[in-house]
Design a protein around this ligand. Structure first.
Ligand SMILES: [Zn+2]
Length: 82
């Protein structure tokens, strides 16, 4: 998959959000590419879905590992909503 191309396409729709933290994708595809947003493919039951990952979440995921990241994320979401 061509990430910059996908970012441009999603930015053009105006409603891209980080899969993990709901941060919104910059309105301009170029900006999203420069900030380091990533597009990943999640295998689904019938169709693969495409998710956006913001630069902050990518960094955390790299530092904490998948499991630690998800645990940390649920704590963070909980703290901000309850
Ligand atoms: Zn994020």
């Amino acid at each position: 998959m061509n990430v910059p191309e996908a970012l441009h396409a999603i930015a053009a729709t105006g409603d891209g959000y980080c899969w993990y933290c709901d941060r919104s994708l910059p309105g301009a595809g170029q900006e999203a590419v420069q900030e380091g947003w990533d597009v990943q493919r999640l295998p689904g039951e019938r169709v693969a879905s495409i998710i956006l990952v913001c630069p902050a979440c990518q960094r955390e995921k790299r530092e904490l590992g998948e499991e630690g990241f998800l645990r940390n994320l649920s704590l963070r979401v909980c703290n901000s909503t309850c």
